[in-house]
Design a protein around this ligand. Structure first.
Ligand code: ADP
Length: 761
C-alpha cells in the first residue's frame, strides 16, 4: 500500500493511474479483473479510463454507461458508498438489469466510488472469480485504495488540464506571433501583386497545404485567382479544377459565395464519401488529387467592403483545421484586405501624381510651343516652330501645316517635315473636297484621329502614304486651325505606334492646334500689314520721283529769273522769288527724305565713302545754319577738335548734322543749341544739345522709327522721317545714335561713329 502511494504521487496521466491502481489492486485483493471509470464533464456518464482482466466485449460494453444505471456502479456513485456483491445470485437479485447474455463473468464484486470533497468523480470495480464474503479488513483496504486512486486521478486531471492550458497558451502565442509577422510582412507591400506573394509566403505551408485567393478589382471585376500549393506540380491541376468548377457551377458556388455573404465557410474534415456525394465521382477525384481533407474560406473585408475570399485547404490527414485555425484565417483575411486596400490607395495616389506630373510636363511643353510661336512672324516661321516642337517634344515622326487663304477652296502646304518628295509634290495644294483626312478636318472643323494604319486605310482608302519611310504602324491626328471665327488651315501629325490617341494626347494636340491657329492668324495679319506698308512705300517712292522732276524744272526757272538782269523785276519781286526758292529747297528736302525712306526699305541706301575732315564739314553746315539761326534769334555754339579725319560719306554726314541742328532749332524754344565733335579713341562723338521742349520718356525709342513724331504736328511740322533716316545712315556707317532728354529741359542727341567705316551698304 505504501509503495503504491509512492508510485501514485508521481505525475501520471489518468490512464497511467488507472493502470497502476488496477494492477496493484488486483494483485493485493486477489481479484481476477478490475476497471476504473471516470465521470464525464456532463456528470451524467461514466467513461472507462482503464481495465484489466476483462474480455474485449466486456470492455466495450462498459466503455460508457449512464451514471445512474441500475447497476452496482450506479448505486456506488449515487450513494457515495462502496457496494459489495458476494455472489451472482445476489447480483441478479439486487440488479436485474445486470442479467445480460455476457454476464456474469465474475463470482463477486467490489465497487467503490471515487469520492473527492463529497463528489463522486468515478468508480473502481474489482471482480472476483468466485463468490466470496468481504470482511471488514477487505473492505477498508479497497476503500483506502480508492481513496489513493481518486487523489492520484484528480492530480492527473489537474496536471492534464494544466498541460492543456499550456498547449493552448503556446498555440495562441504562436498565432499571435504569426499575425504579428503577417502584419509586418503585409505592411511592406506597395502593390497588390506583392500582397499576394506575401500572403502565399505566410500561408503555405504553415496554415494550409494549398490556397486560393479570389479578389475583385477596384471596379468590381473578379480577377483570376491567386493559387499556391505546397506541391508546385499540383498548381496547374488546381487552377484547371478551379476554372472548370466555377464554369460549371456559376460564380456564386463554393468559396465564391463568401464574396456575397461575407460569412466564413468551415469544413474541418471532409470525408471522401461526403466529397463524392457533393461533387460527383469525377470532380471529387480531381479534388482528391490536389488534396481535400478539410477547407475553410474567409472573406477579405476592408472598410465595410468585401474585396475577396481566401480559401485554405488541407491535403493531408494529419492537418485537421480547428476553430482556432478559422479565427486565425479570419484575422489574416482582415490584414490581407487592409493591405490590398492600402496598395490600391497607394496606386491611385501614384496615378494621380503621375497625371499631375504629366499635366505639368505638358504645360511646360505648351509653354515651349508658345515661346517658339511668339517669335514666329511669318506663316512659314509659325509652321516651322509648331512642327519642330511636335517632333522634339512629342516625338512626331512627320507632320505638316496647311493654310487656307480667304476665298480659296484648297489647303496649301506652308511647311512639312519628313514627307517624301512625292508626297510634298502631291499634297502642295489639297482641295477642301478631297477625300483625305486633312481636308476632312478643315472642312468639318473637327479633329480626325486615326488610331492605326488599318484605321487610316479603312476610313480613307484613297489616301496615299505621306511619310518617306513609314514605321510598321502609326497613328495620325489631323486638326483644323480655327481663328477669328473661321478655318484658316489645318495641321497633321503622325506618331509611331498603332494605338488610339489618349485623352491627354488629344487635349495636348488640340491646345497645340489652338496656339498654332492664333500664331498663324497673327502672322497673316502681320503679312497683310507688311503688304500694305510695301504698297505705301512703293507709292511714296513713285510719288517722290514724280514730284522731283517738275520741282527741279521750277527751281531752274526761278534761279534763271534771279540770275538774269530783269528791269521789270522790282526789289520786292526779287525778294519774293528768293522766298519761293527757299520754299522749293524745303520741298526738295522733304522729297529727299521720302526718297531716302524708299531707298532704305528697298535696301538701296548706298554710301559713298571717302577720306574726310569731319570738323571742316561741320563748320560748313553750321555756317549755312547761322543765317537761319540769326533770323530766329537763336545762337549756335560749335566746338570741336581742330581736325578729325576718317572714312565717311560726305552727303550723309551733312544730312545727319543738318537734321540734328534743325531739330535743335525747331524744338529748342529759341534757346542756344550746342554742337560738339570730339575724337574718342578709334571713334568720333558728335553731340547736339538744346534746352527746348524735351521728349517724354515713353517716346525716346519711338522717335527713331519712321513717321513717328512726339511733338504737335500742327505747330512744328515735319514728316517724322529725319531721325529714322539718321539712324539708318549712322548704323550703315557702323555707328550708333542715342538720345537723353528731360521734358521741358532739353535734349541731347549723341552719335558715335567709327573713323573707319566697316560697312558698305
Ligand atoms: P520731324 O522732326 O520731321 O518730326 P524727326 O524724325 O526728325 O522728325 O523727329 C521725330 C520726332 O522726334 C519729332 O517729331 C519730335 O517729336 C522729336 N524730336 C526730335 N528732335 C527733338 C529735339 N531736339 N527736342 C525735342 N523733340 C525732338
Amino acid at each position: 500500500m505504501y509503495s503504491l502511494a509512492a508510485v501514485l504521487s508521481a505525475p501520471l496521466t489518468a490512464t497511467e493511474v488507472a493502470d497502476v491502481v488496477l494492477s496493484d489492486g488486483v494483485a493485493a485483493t486477489g481479484a481476477s479483473a478490475g476497471m476504473v471509470a471516470w465521470m464525464e464533464p456532463d456528470r451524467l456518464h461514466l467513461r472507462l479510463v482503464g481495465s484489466m482482466g476483462y474480455p474485449p466485449e466486456a470492455v466495450q460494453r462498459w466503455e460508457r454507461i449512464a451514471a445512474n444505471a441500475p447497476l452496482p456502479v450506479g448505486t456506488a456513485i449515487q450513494s457515495l458508498a462502496p457496494v459489495f456483491i458476494e455472489s451472482p445470485a445476489a447480483l441478479f437479485e439486487q440488479y436485474p438489469a445486470a442479467r445480460t447474455p455476457a454476464s456474469p463473468i465474475s463470482g463477486a464484486w467490489a465497487v467503490i466510488p471515487l469520492v473527492l470533497n463529497g463528489d463522486a468523480l468515478g468508480a473502481i470495480t474489482f471482480g472476483f472469480d468466485a463468490s466470496r464474503s468481504f470482511f471488514e479488513a477487505d473492505r477498508s483496504f479497497v476503500v483506502t485504495l480508492a481513496h489513493l486512486c481518486v487523489q492520484a486521478l484528480e492530480r492527473a486531471r489537474l496536471y492534464e488540464s494544466a498541460r492543456a492550458a499550456q498547449v493552448a497558451a503556446e498555440a495562441s502565442r504562436s498565432r499571435f506571433a504569426f499575425l504579428a509577422e503577417a502584419s509586418a510582412v503585409l505592411a511592406g507591400t506597395l502593390n497588390e501583386r506583392a500582397v499576394f506573394d506575401a500572403l502565399v509566403g505566410l500561408a503555405i505551408p504553415r496554415l494550409a497545404d494549398w490556397m486560393t485567393l479570389w479578389v475583385s478589382s477596384a471596379d468590381g471585376q473578379l480577377l483570376a485567382p491567386v493559387l499556391a500549393h505546397v506541391d508546385a506540380e499540383l498548381e496547374e491541376p488546381l487552377r484547371a479544377l478551379q476554372n472548370s468548377f466555377y464554369a460549371d457551377r456559376g460564380p456564386d458556388a463554393g468559396a465564391l459565395s463568401v464574396l456575397r455573404s461575407g460569412k466564413s465557410i468551415f469544413y474541418p474534415s471532409i470525408p471522401e464519401a461526403m466529397l463524392e456525394s457533393a461533387l460527383g465521382a469525377e470532380v471529387s477525384a480531381r479534388f482528391r488529387k490536389v488534396g481535400m481533407n478539410g477547407a475553410l474560406s474567409v472573406a477579405l473585408m476592408a472598410r465595410g467592403k468585401i474585396l475577396g475570399v481566401l480559401t485554405l485547404a488541407s491535403a493531408r490527414a494529419d492537418r485537421v483545421f480547428t476553430p482556432d485555425d478559422l479565427t486565425l484565417a479570419e484575422d489574416l483575411g482582415r490584414r490581407v484586405a487592409l493591405a490590398i486596400d492600402q496598395a490600391r490607395t497607394h496606386q491611385r495616389e501614384q496615378v494621380a501624381r503621375q497625371r499631375a506630373e504629366q499635366a505639368a510636363d505638358l504645360t511646360l511643353r505648351l509653354q515651349g510651343v508658345t515661346a517658339a510661336l511668339s517669335e514666329a512672324a511669318t506663316p512659314l516661321q509659325v509652321a516651322q516652330a509648331v512642327l519642330a516642337q511636335a517632333v522634339e517634344a512629342l516625338g512626331a515622326i512627320d507632320g505638316a501645316v496647311w493654310e487656307l487663304r480667304k476665298g480659296d477652296d484648297a489647303l496649301e502646304v506652308v511647311h512639312s517635315v519628313n514627307y517624301s518628295p512625292a508626297a510634298v509634290q502631291a499634297f502642295r495644294r489639297v482641295p477642301l473636297q478631297a477625300a483625305i483626312p486633312i481636308a476632312d478636318a478643315a472642312r468639318t472643323r473637327t479633329p480626325i484621329w486615326l488610331a492605326s494604319r488599318a484605321d487610316y486605310q479603312a476610313r480613307y482608302p484613297e489616301a496615299k502614304a505621306l511619310t518617306e519611310d513609314p514605321p510598321r504602324d502609326y497613328r495620325v491626328g489631323c486638326l483644323p486651325l480655327v481663328a477669328g471665327g473661321g478655318v484658316i488651315g489645318a495641321v497633321t501629325l503622325t506618331f509611331a505606334g498603332g494605338q488610339p490617341f489618349g485623352a491627354e494626347d488629344r487635349d495636348f494636340l488640340t491646345a497645340l492646334a489652338f496656339h498654332c491657329a492664333h500664331a498663324l492668324e497673327r502672322s497673316r495679319l502681320f503679312r497683310e500689314a507688311e503688304e500694305a506698308v510695301a504698297v505705301r512705300d512703293e507709292f511714296l517712292s513713285i510719288a517722290s520721283h514724280e514730284l522731283k522732276t517738275p520741282l527741279a524744272a521750277l527751281k531752274l526757272h526761278i534761279e534763271l529769273a534771279l540770275m538774269t538782269e530783269n528791269p521789270t523785276l522790282a526789289e520786292k519781286g526779287i525778294a519774293k522769288l528768293r522766298k519761293a526758292d527757299r520754299q522749293i529747297g524745303r520741298l526738295n528736302d522733304l522729297i529727299e527724305e521720302m526718297l531716302d525712306l524708299s531707298r532704305i526699305r528697298t535696301g538701296k541706301l548706298r554710301l559713298v565713302l571717302e577720306s574726310l575732315d569731319l570738323v571742316q564739314i561741320a563748320h560748313a553746315v553750321v555756317d549755312d545754319f547761322k543765317a537761319a539761326a540769326l533770323s530766329a534769334g537763336t545762337a549756335i555754339h560749335f566746338e570741336a577738335d581742330p581736325e578729325i579725319n576718317g572714312q565717311w560719306d560726305r552727303i550723309r554726314l551733312e544730312q545727319i548734322l543738318t537734321n540734328l541742328l534743325s531739330n535743335g532749332l525747331k524744338y529748342g524754344k529759341g534757346n542756344p543749341v550746342r554742337l560738339a565733335i570730339h575724337v574718342r579713341g578709334e571713334e568720333v562723338e558728335i553731340t547736339t544739345t538744346d534746352e527746348g521742349i524735351g521728349i517724354h520718356p515713353r517716346d525716346l525709342e519711338r522717335i527713331f522709327l519712321p513717321f513717328q513724331r512726339a511733338a504737335s504736328v500742327r505747330h512744328l511740322g515735319g514728316l517724322g522721317l529725319g531721325l529714322y533716316i539718321c539712324r539708318q545712315v549712322v548704323e550703315a556707317m557702323g555707328g550708333k545714335i542715342s538720345v537723353e532728354s528731360k521734358e521741358n529741359r532739353g535734349s541731347c542727341f549723341r552719335i558715335v561713329l567709327p573713323r573707319q567705316s566697316p560697312s558698305r551698304r
